[in-house]
Design a protein. Sequence first.
Length: 342
Amino acid sequence: MNSPKDQTTNKPLRYDGQVALVTGAGRGLGRAHALMLAARGCKVIVNDLGSAYDGTGAARGQVADEVVAEIVAAGGTAVASYDSVENAQPIIDTALQAYGRLDIVVNNAGILTPETWSELTLESWQRTLNVNLTGVFTVMKAAWPEFVKQGYGRCIMTASPAMYGAGVAGYAASKAGILGLANSLQFEARKLRLNIKCNVLVPQAVTRMTEDFAAAVDQRRVSQGKPAGRETPASIMAQLSPDKVSAMVGWLAHADCQAEAAIFEAGGGYFAQLNWARSAPLFATTREGVEAAPLPEHIRDGQLTLGNFADGDMPVSGDGSMGSPSALDQVFKHLADNGHQS
Ligand SMILES: NC(=O)c1ccc[n+]([C@@H]2O[C@H](COP(=O)([O-])OP(=O)(O)OC[C@H]3O[C@@H](n4cnc5c(N)ncnc54)[C@H](O)[C@@H]3O)[C@@H](O)[C@H]2O)c1
């Protein structure tokens, strides 16, 4: 439900004169983001090496060419890049050689492997982390000097609801890692007092990735003599087209957006913001005296406090501390309030 205080204005959001890199833009969500940005005046680097949904198989770089052709046919400006995000400098070089600047980076490339925890191998775990997390690291390492030089940049990183817990441990871990990376880059940008904003997208859409993943899981179930999974009704699938996510990317990529290290869900026309939540503080320093280390029993007996989010606060992304005032200051204050000398 929209809040009555949500604002409306007739000014369209445009990106004229700006340059965006969208990784993994040959299909699915990345393609939708690239088309949307190009349609609003942005020059786009369509990066995609054209892998299978799980990162295996021969690269098919032509998916990037197909999206470039679509953009150009619609009157936009785009160039293709076929390098893996695991080796990002050539991707950034393509942007700089073609257009001389880089304003927006949409880290979208990702892979998903279908193994359950008992099936997951170290090779598959590493392959997933290499693309989904190290790939964002290498892209942002190469893009960062341009952002710093311009004093400006918009960076979007793509996480997943899988990080809340799903049967794909490597994928979930890679996507949760993105949160720490985004928070840390925002911290760096703040320290440098630059207009660089780094935010996280948690999307949901029907794409090649979700369809091939579902097919692989079904195939495994059937090979184990189990029934295939329930099919999602076509009416729901139709609602979950990738272009219904791109509006959030459009906003996070825009100069007007001041969000910092925030996390946004988007899918099927639904949007929400997530936040960290900290409970009310539990102090376990008085029972055995100031010097004694708290006991596990203190934690057991403090379950109500630790579950009390109404009296807690929300950590500010990019703060990096346990509260303001700091956790230690809070402990000293608590001790002083209870008659102890620190
Ligand atoms: N579809 C969803 O519901 C969903 C949900 C949560 C998160 N995501 C994330 O959104 C992003 C896009 O997913 P999608 O559903 O569009 O998947 P997709 O498989 O349809 O498209 C991903 C694209 O990334 C490319 N790619 C893969 N590895 C690459 C690499 N190393 N370098 C460059 N390009 C590479 C692939 O070739 C592919 O074209 C991924 O990061 C995915 O994890 C998707």
